[in-house]
Structure formats: structure tokens, C-alpha cells
Design a protein around this ligand. Structure first.
Ligand code: BTN
Length: 246
């Protein structure tokens, strides 16, 4: 991954550039990295704070031969790959929050946004976007984010160079993606559970069908979150955690 690479100084969103590039035929593993995004995109229509030179704002093009129904597994796989790289490079206690965040001490340090284009029921390509807060001072956050987010430098008490982190991330992402394509989601499952910060914790989730509370027990074979509720064990395929594990 990243052997075909576009590095940009300022861009609206690396996701947008990667979509355009994928439509023009960019190969699998091609990556777009920017120093600054002026309109970084988060999930659910939110924006992503991407100040210049302070983070890794990256979009990776994947062309997995899988049905669209399995696409949420790409985010889970990526969260394991990125967590591995960050732990290896920083030794910080990085944990995964289902479905797409990485936290350090309950504050968000990385968000993942997977956007798909399908052809009938198969994935045509996916743009896997990752935003990692690298060198952002605790005081520098906009007021609505303060206390909920953090950066590697704030947690470690020292600054990090971005390029070795990028290299480690691309390497781990490539390794875990290959394993996932060869062996399926079971190759990722155990490690996801080990790195997850929510197992055994009470959580409340919200999706289009409403809110459910329960104890997070793990993932099923498809990657759905298993919630232990009053009505028994329920698989949650997509939702947001709104309480329990920040
Ligand atoms: C989230 O937690 O809401 C997901 C955030 C994803 C942010 C990254 S930064 C690189 C890529 N380009 C974007 O515009 N968004 C993603």
C-alpha cells in the first residue's frame, strides 16, 4: 500500500480526491495524504477537524472482491491495522471503539470513514479514510471537541514525526488486508476483541430502528456487535454508541 501515492499540501478532503482517482482507475493500495484539509469529512455528515501538519489525513483505495454486505468488515479490519501500527510506534494504550474509532484513555485519537461504490451487490471500490490526530495540543481544539478528543502528542508528552507513522500504518494495513482476503473475517476477529475497549462494558447504541442498551460481548462471525440485552443476545450491524464507552 502507498506505493502509488499522492501527497498534497492543502485539499478540501482526501476522500473526494481518492474517489475521483478511483473512478479514473487508480490501483488497489493507492493512497492520498494531505497536510491540511479544509473540508475534512467525518461519519454521519459531520466534519473532521484537520489542521495543517498536525495529523495524518489519509484515504486509501481498496478493490476487495467482496459483496457489499461484508463491507462493514473493512472498517473493523482497518481499525485493527491502524491500532497495531500506532501501538507499535508510540507504545500508547490505543483501544478500538466499535465500529470505527480508536481511543486513548477514552478520548478519540483516530476516526475511520469507509465509503463504497458498488456494482450490483459487489464492492466496486472502497475509499478507506483515516484521520489520526498526531501533534495537536490539548488547548488547540474547538470548544465542542475539547475533552472528547486527544492526540498522540498530548498523550505521550512529546511530538511524533508523521512519515514513520504513515509508513507503519500502510505496512500494517496491507498485511491485515491480505490476511482478511485470504482467510475472511475470522483472521481479524480475535485481535479486534483483544484491542477493543468495550467488551464487558454496558453501552447504549442508536440506529435507524431505535436505541438498545446492553453489555458488549464481542463480535459475531460477520463483524456485528453482540449486545447482551434483556431480550437476549442481539447482533447490531450498524449503529452509533451513544453512552457507555466514550
Ligand atoms: C469519523 O470518525 O467521523 C471519521 C473521520 C474520518 C476522517 C478522515 S481524514 C482523511 C479522510 N478524508 C476525509 O475527509 N475524511 C477522512
Amino acid at each position: 500500500f502507498g506505493r502509488v501515492l499522492r501527497t498534497l499540501k492543502t485539499v478540501d478532503s482526501t476522500q473526494k480526491v481518492a474517489h475521483q482517482w478511483a473512478r479514473e482507475g487508480a490501483p488497489e493500495g493507492a493512497a492520498v495524504i494531505a497536510e491540511e484539509q479544509t473540508a475534512g469529512r467525518g461519519r454521519l455528515g459531520r466534519s473532521w477537524h484537520s489542521p495543517p501538519g498536525s495529523g495524518i489525513w489519509m484515504s486509501l483505495i481498496l478493490r476487495p472482491p467482496i459483496p457489499i454486505a461484508r463491507a462493514p468488515q473493512l472498517t473493523l479490519m482497518a481499525s485493527v491495522g491502524i491500532a497495531r501500527a500506532l501501538i507499535d510506534m508510540t507504545h500508547l494504550p490505543v483501544r478500538i471503539k466499535w465500529p470505527n474509532d480508536l481511543l486513548i484513555r477514552d478520548k478519540k485519537v483516530c476516526g475511520i470513514l469507509t465509503e463504497l461504490r458498488g456494482e450490483q451487490d459487489r464492492v466496486h471500490y472502497a475509499v478507506l479514510g483515516a484521520g489520526i490526530n498526531v501533534n495537536i495540543d490539548g488547548e488547540a481544539w474547538p470548544p465542542d471537541l475539547k475533552g472528547k478528543v486527544t492526540s498522540l502528542s498530548a498523550e505521550a508528552g512529546r511530538a511524533f514525526r508523521r512519515s514513520p507513522l504513515i509508513a507503519a500504518m500502510l505496512k500494517e494495513l496491507e498485511a491485515i488486508y491480505e490476511k482478511y482476503l485470504e482467510q475472511g473475517f475470522s483472521a481479524v476477529h480475535k485481535e479486534w476483541e483483544r484491542l477493543s475497549g468495550i467488551l464487558g462494558r454496558p453501552v447504549k447504541v442508536r440506529n435507524a430502528s431505535g436505541e438498545v442498551s446492553g453489555i458488549a460481548r464481542g463480535l459475531n462471525g460477520d463483524g456485528a456487535l453482540l449486545l447482551d440485552t434483556e431480550e437476549g443476545l442481539i447482533p447490531i450491524y450498524s449503529a452509533e454508541i451513544i453512552e457507555g464507552c466514550q
